[in-house]
Design a protein around this ligand. Structure first.
Ligand code: ZN
Length: 501
């Protein structure tokens, strides 16, 4: 049985879920649903990153314990993901016991391998990012994300010998044994690795009590990024000791936003190499969602709330709009007016109107529609072509292209109705009328399959209106993709799928 394992980053528990985190997770969910639809074994991991100084500070300000804050906020993430119909298989929290235990084991292992040593670190630290910056990374002496000057921090800590991985990483990336996509992101990592020495990484902090302690020196806790990256192993149930890797390792793809590329493209594979673990098959870093030309973020105050958007457009439509407005690998500016336009064009006037038109024509005369003895070659070819293009697009993470192929089929059907005028055929040629409506109902059935990874709820509604809900749910995709084998005997008019906004 083929399989598909996918991860998204775990999200920072001290922030509210925003459109950026929803974007990565929705894209991952579309892929997970698509591969489940193909009958593959899927494991989809996401969760929350819960340690660090800022979490403890926020809890203190609110007069609650850090644990209480994490429980409350991670529940919020789960609730938003439920609203957005995210079908994750595990929601990992870095305060989960199995995660904390595994991190401690891995640290001991790295120390035994002499890849961790004691030292002192002085550097420019952004409290907002919870990370050190090199001078070269700053923009006008400020953090590029928070536009604030970092503070100079000096402390005793442990280092991970990241520098020794420069050569192996370069070789792996150049040989495509460590696959980074899109190409621009791969070049960015290669550029970083070749631009100078790769420095060792400080992996512990003093006096940060809300963190996983360094097992041999409890006054220090592990750097939040090391803690967070390791969720990908604890999240699939690895204990840090057994030599056998869990079934869900390595993932077929790790989906991230490009802001966290270096952590995932350099530190993460270096840790995996020390553990002797296979590398993920692919790391894919998507572009930024911007609002008014700026990356969305709490500190910039331009956050769009995904829950509010789900109320306005409905969760299904929001999923469609988010991944189809611009190509996945590029940056894209989000604006409400663009969403309204696209909603009305693609969904209300497009798919929704077609479904309404066909179901009205089919139910007016209370007829049943059985496959014609000779099926329409033109339709059959069209459908096969759409499926081919759609599959190719999804396998390349080109969501906007996959949506384009669906819209193309919708237009094809609309033109077919205008051309055939079935309301006339009903009076003049009953036989032709039967065939035309059959082609259209069968096309709606295919559309319901095609939109399923994007809009699972609306897909189900269409199956329901066609009277074939339970039969289609039991079918494997290969069966569902066949043209002209379904009897339509219980078609109803249903409700309006996408009310005009
Ligand atoms: Zn910052």
């Amino acid at each position: 049985m083929s399989k598909f394992y996918i991860t998204t980053p775990i999200y920072y528990v001290n922030a509210r879920p925003h459109l950026g985190s929803a974007y990565t997770t929705i894209a991952a969910d579309i892929l997970a649903r698509w591969h489940r639809m193909k009958g593959e074994k899927v494991f989809f991991l996401t969760g929350t990153d819960e340690h660090g100084e800022k979490v403890a500070q926020a809890a203190q300000e609110q007069n609650i314990t850090p644990h209480e804050l994490c429980d409350r906020n991670s529940a919020k993430f789960k609730q938003v993901f439920d609203t957005l119909k995210i079908s994750y298989d595990r929601f990992i929290r870095t305060t989960d016991r199995n995660h904390e235990d595994m991190v401690a084991h891995i640290l001991k292992d790295l120390k035994k391998k002499k890849l961790i040593y004691a030292g002192a670190y002085e550097g420019l630290y952004c409290v907002g990012c919870e990370r050190y910056y090199t001078v070269k990374e700053l923009v006008d002496d400020k953090c590029p994300l928070h536009h604030q000057k970092p503070i100079t921090l000096s402390e005793n800590c442990y280092f991970f010998k990241l520098s020794v991985f420069k050569k192996p990483l370069l070789q792996l990336i150049r040989n495509n044994d460590w696959v980074i996509e899109p190409k621009e992101r791969k070049n960015e990592v290669l550029g970083f690795l070749t631009s100078g020495e790769l420095e060792d990484l400080a992996i512990s902090r003093e006096k940060v009590e809300w963190g996983i302690p360094i097992p041999w020196e409890k006054s220090q806790s592990v750097y939040v990024w090391i803690d967070a990256l390791l969720n990908y192993l604890s999240g699939i149930g690895w204990d840090g000791k057994t030599k056998k890797w869990p079934e869900a390792w390595p993932p077929d793809v790790q989906l991230i936003g490009k802001d966290i590329l270096r952590f995932h493209a350099i530190i993460w594979p270096a840790i995996l190499l020390t553990l002797g673990a296979p590398l993920p098959k692919k790391l894919y870093a998507h572009g930024f969602l911007t609002s008014g030309g700026k990356k969305m973020g709490k500190s910039l105050g331009n956050i769009i709330d995904p829950e509010e958007l789900a109320v306005t457009f409905g969760a299904d439509a929001l999923r469609w709009l988010l991944v189809s407005t611009f190509p996945f690998g590029s940056d894209g500016d989000i604006s409400m007016s663009r969403f309204y336009d696209k909603y009305n064009a693609d969904l209300s006037n497009g798919l929704g109107n077609l479904v309404r038109r066909v179901l009205t024509l089919a139910t007016k005369n209370k007829d049943t529609f059985l496959p014609p003895s000779v099926s329409d070659v033109r339709f059959k070819q069209k459908i096969n072509l759409v499926w081919q293009d759609y599959e190719k697009a999804l396998d390349d993470f080109k969501f906007e292209a996959a949506v384009g192929h669906i819209s193309n089929l919708i237009t094809f059907c609309d033109r077919y109705i205008d051309h055939k005028k079935p309301w006339k055929l009903f009076k003049e040629n009953k036989d032709s009328y039967q065939k035309v409506i059959y082609n259209l109902l069968e096309s709606l059935r295919h559309l319901a399959w095609l939109i399923n990874p994007f809009m699972p709820g609306k897909s189900n509604d269409i199956f329901k209106y066609l009277g074939i809900e339970s039969a289609e749910k039991k079918k494997p995709l290969t069966q569902g993709q066949k043209w002209g084998q379904v009897d339509f005997i219980k078609v109803t008019q249903g409700e309006i799928l996408f009310p005009k906004l």
